[in-house]
Design a protein around this ligand. Structure first.
Ligand code: NAD
Length: 478
């Protein structure tokens, strides 16, 4: 498998010749190296994308774009096991989760393959003597900066939609997890994508990422990552006055009312924070429970936490390691800080025997009750740490749920139909799940945040509007 840079359909060394180590988070050992792309490489990739737009890729009818994407989707689906192993080793996530990610990536390309020839403008009623129509056009060259937590899913969701809308893409995967993006780039080349339609330039954020977000040849930037870096990307893009999509962090609540079906809720409560070791933007990291049910719910959740097992990606347990040493010490810091602040730890999972030494493991930890406004209740930990909060009534539940700087996702558990709708409407976030959490991650469902969680929507057909622009044509014919 190649670990070079994919630019204009060719595999090249980085201009500097430098490389970045690839570490297996399960044991901390280096097992490969990838190219360290920099501004010269980004420049070449942007020019290659522009040439593709002005050449073979730009000339392809929408239906043909869709067919190429369908081929790529099939190529990914045919290699789920291979891609899952690449992703699991690179990120540390358990194999079963990596398999689900590969399937989701294939599904994104399948969905957007079918959508490519269904994105169109309209004719508008106007004055006599005029015909007015709108044309949906690609932005041009789109830049995609993605994080390390779900590389295949982020690639499918962002690059898939941009290609369907007719853009040519430059992807900068995260320095900690670029392997699957490189392999999918290779599969795209084999599927017959014209050179330059998809370029993959791995590299560090402050080098390749900064060069991409501020490159004058980029017409749109899609960024998924932390709010802090999101601000830098916006500032860089603003110098060129180009639009951006910001998919940032979250501190998403699950609201459990006393009348909820607890047996149904429990697997979602633990699953939403344990999946990917809590390194999920939409992790359900706050558990808001009605006071009358608090003890009962807390005990049941604690019981589940005690049964959670942590191990390497190939042990395929509930939780893998965190992505790197820095992330582990950050999460350990939150756990230690909660202990110092006297917050009760209600339960934790266990590190399985035979887990390799040197890995970045953190036992899933469940704290409660946690005070609204406290650090653990407000800040994105990005690890398997769940904070339970007690609330007295519906009004307080909504107030606490909305009381962080974030607004990405929320779950509401109640049998009361009126309350389901009232609370769903009152929550300030991008997605609300009633009596479920995540709805199976459906690629059809528009996704994105409000407040510090970002703006713009990816996933679903909605993403195609973000990855295209509208031109109005007014024809005066008398
Ligand atoms: P990060 O912001 O550190 O990195 C994300 C990407 O940005 C990486 O590719 C990185 O190389 C790049 N980058 C870093 N510095 C840059 C710079 N100066 N200019 C341009 N690019 C730069 O985030 P992370 O630690 O990789 O991911 C964790 C964060 O991502 C969390 O806050 C999480 O909630 C968020 N996230 C959000 C979503 C979503 O859809 N809303 C999805 C996944 C992750």
């Amino acid at each position: 498998m190649t670990t070079k840079l994919l630019i204009a359909g060719d595999w090249r060394e980085s201009a500097s010749g430098d490389t970045i180590p690839v570490i297996d988070p399960s044991d901390g050992a280096e097992y490969a190296r990838i190219g360290r792309g920099g501004s010269a490489d980004i420049d070449r990739a942007v020019k290659a994308a522009r040439a593709a737009l002005e050449g073979a890729w730009g000339r392809l009818p929408a239906v043909e774009r869709g067919r190429l994407m369908a081929k790529l989707s099939q190529a990914i689906a045919d290699r789920v096991e291979e891609l899952a192993r690449i992703e699991a080793r690179d990120t540390g996530k358990p194999l079963k989760q990596a398999r689900a990610d590969a399937l989701a990536c294939a599904r994104y390309f399948e969905f957007y393959a079918g959508a490519a020839d269904k994105l169109h403008g309209e004719t508008l009623p106007y004055m006599a003597g005029y015909t007015v129509l709108t044309l949906r056009e690609p932005h041009g060259v789109t830049g995609h900066i993605i994080p390390w937590n779900y590389p295949m899913q982020m690639l499918g969701r962002s690059v898939g939609a941009a290609l369907a809308a007719g853009n040519a893409c430059v992807l900068k995967p995260a320095e900690d997890a670029s392997m699957s993006s490189l392999r999918i780039g290779e599969l795209a080349t084999e599927a017959g994508f014209p050179p330059g339609a998809i370029n993959v330039v791995p590299g560090y954020g402050e080098e390749a990422g900064a060069a991409l977000s501020g490159h004058p040849g980029i017409d749109h930037v899609s960024f998924t990552g932390s709010p802090e870096v999101g601000t830098l990307v916006q500032q860089a893009a603003a110098r060129n006055n180009v639009p951006v999509t910001m998919e940032l962090g979250g501190k998403s609540p699950q609201l459990v009312f006393a009348d909820a079906d607890l047996d149904a809720a429990l697997p979602f409560i633990t699953g939403a924070i344990v999946q990917n070791a809590g390194q999920t933007c939409s992790a359900g990291s706050r558990l808001l429970v009605e006071a009358t049910a608090y003890d009962r719910v807390a005990e049941k959740v604690a019981e589940r936490f005690r049964s959670l097992r942590v191990g390497s990606w190939d042990m395929d347990l509930d939780c893998g390691p965190l992505i790197n040493r820095q992330q582990k010490s950050r999460v350990d810091g939150y756990i230690e800080g909660a202990r110092r602040d006297g917050v009760a730890k209600l339960a934790e999972g266990v590190l399985a025997p035979n887990t390799p030494p040197g890995g970045y493991y953190v036992a899933p930890s469940f704290f409660g009750p946690v005070a609204p406004g406290s650090k653990l209740e407000q800040e994105e930990v990005f690890g398997p740490v769940l904070a339970a909060v007690r609330f007295a009534d519906e009004a307080e539940a909504v107030r606490v749920a909305n009381g962080t700087p974030y607004g990405l996702v929320a779950g509401v558990w109640t049998r009361d139909g009126g309350r389901q709708l009232r609370v769903a409407r009152a929550l300030r976030c991008g997605q609300v799940f009633v009596n479920n959490y995540g709805a199976g991650g459906g690629v059809e469902l528009p996704f994105g945040g409000v407040k510090r969680s970002g703006f713009g929507r990816e996933k679903g057909f909605e993403a195609l509007y973000g990855f295209s622009t509208l031109k109005t044509v007014a024809i005066r014919h008398g």
